[in-house]
Design a protein around this ligand. Structure first.
Ligand SMILES: [Zn+2]
Ligand SMILES: [Zn+2]
Length: 469
């Protein structure tokens, strides 16, 4: 009898869940491929295969009708000759009629679509991780519906920190990803619906992996947030927005991030072009934008950054708010302004991304000679928002001074090959911040004034000749 029971359990745990992922035409295939890798990195009963891009009719209002989405999925099913028990998941890039993040086909619970929008403002988890999360949702909701439970009744209206939180607002998804949990009620429902232990184990492993990319303290972990290749001064101001839930604070952090993008762009562009950056005392945001626009070639693509800034009156927005005491009356008006600023910043970031990824910021800490006589510099790489900057050894053919490195503990801007270095001193410093007494990256605010980009405070550094580490 016992043996028989074990046999049944083993059999039960051998259940495989085959998922075929299709994506709307125009969606980045490499993101789809990476989302599937989650199921390879954490193997288990879910086997995911990547199907082709599919065309879905877009309505005149620019949205997808659910009927059209599910029709397209059923055609893809037929064409690929899938078994009826196979799951089909479709990644959409066009918004859908009800603006849902994900939804399931009532006539076939094993069909589900998920919308891949811009979540980089509410979570540091990359897009492919969010799609992996949706794929898990496709299996869970499919099983629940098939067990006769109305899946709509399962989703929680309030926030419980559970996989089944409905998440009417985008930021709520950020919380769900950070808990990576399932509440007790939903665990019971999943068990009742026949979710096997192996299924629960694999999905928990994957969700735990996604969680470490989503948590606010991921700044202390190696992560692959969308801004992980960006220079630290802009990656850190970007990451802080993701961590904030309060609408007013979030809006302020977005304005700080805009300032940081422009400031960094100005300094790096000057140094890269062999010029000594000129900065007045306590420059205004308008001053940075103006200087930058004088330095950029009007034909250059990056000039578009200035055009967007001027067209959208970002400097005015910032001055109105921070300088002249204007403030929206309610949390709601902050939220609306934040939404608008979010889309402006997205266009600016998209333009600047190739520039940010074209070089590296680093601080050589020690320079030594190895047994073969080659010089080795141990350098802190200032990429991404990780405060404990990863250290890398750089090997030089000859004297490192010939490549531009002249002093340890100064910040350098290196080309991608890390063969040419230009000093960012004294505009960027790696030193003890006098306000918080921690080693920090400080960015010039003109004269002896600096900004600790991690803490967001302004400090004065008077002994510039002697940067410590
Ligand atoms: Zn729950
Ligand atoms: Zn500080």
């Amino acid at each position: 009898m016992n043996n028989n029971k074990e046999h049944i359990e083993q059999d039960h745990n051998r259940t495989a869940y085959n998922v075929h992922v299709f994506y709307e035409k125009g969606f980045d295939k490499s993101v789809s491929r990476k989302s599937i890798q989650w199921f390879e990195n954490f193997p288990g009963p879910i086997k995911v295969t990547l199907g082709r891009a599919i065309d879905i009719k877009i309505n005149p209002d620019g949205k997808l009708k659910w009927d059209h989405i599910f029709e397209a999925m059923n055609s893809a099913r037929l064409e690929a000759r899938l078994n009826y028990e196979d799951f089909v998941f479709l990644i959409t890039k066009t918004p859908n009629e009800l603006n849902w993040f994900a939804a399931c086909d009532l006539s076939n619970p094993r069909n589900r679509f998920g919308h891949s929008g811009d979540y980089s403002w509410v979570t540091s988890a990359p897009d492919h991780a969010i799609i992996a999360h949706y794929i898990i949702g496709a299996i869970f909701s499919g099983l629940i519906t098939e067990s006769g439970i109305d899946c709509d009744q399962v989703w929680h209206e309030g926030l419980r920190g559970c996989f089944f939180d409905h998440c009417a607002e985008k930021w709520e998804l950020g919380i769900k990803l950070r808990t990576a949990d399932i509440c007790g009620d939903c665990m019971e429902i999943l068990k009742y619906s026949g979710a096997t232990d192996h299924l629960m184990k694999q999905t928990t492993d994957i969700r735990e992996g996604i969680r470490t990319l989503s948590i606010n303290t991921s700044q202390y972990l190696d992560n692959e947030a969308p801004f992980s290749n960006w220079p630290f001064p802009v990656a850190i101001t970007r990451h802080k927005i993701v961590q904030s839930l309060d609408a007013t604070h979030r809006f302020m952090l977005m304005l700080d991030h805009f300032d940081s993008l422009i400031r960094y762009f100005y300094f790096a562009n000057e140094v890269m072009n062999g010029r000594e950056p000129q900065v007045i005392e306590r420059p205004s945001l308008g001053w940075w934008v103006n200087e930058l626009s004088n330095r950029l070639d009007a034909r250059e693509g990056l000039m578009e950054v200035i055009r967007i800034t001027e067209k959208e009156k970002v400097v005015k927005l910032r001055n109105d708010l921070k300088g002249h005491g204007w403030a929206p009356h309610t949390e709601k008006s902050y939220a609306d302004e934040a939404k608008r600023l979010e889309s402006i910043l997205t266009s600016i970031e998209n333009l600047l991304k190739p520039f940010f990824e074209s070089h590296k910021l680093l601080v050589p800490r020690t320079i030594r000679m190895d047994s073969s006589g080659a010089f080795i510099a141990e350098a802190d790489i200032l990429s991404g928002s990780n405060i404990l900057h990863p250290r890398e050894a750089i090997r030089f053919q000859g004297d490192p001074r010939h490549t531009g490195i002249t002093s340890p503990n100064s910040i350098y801007l290196a080309n991608r090959e890390m063969s040419q270095f230009k000093s960012m001193s004294p505009f960027f410093l790696s030193t003890y911040c006098p306000a918080c007494c921690h080693p920090r990256i400080l960015v010039s605010d003109g004269g002896e004034s600096y900004i600790d980009v991690f803490m967001g405070h302004r400090v004065t550094i008077s002994n510039l000749g002697n940067p410590e580490h």
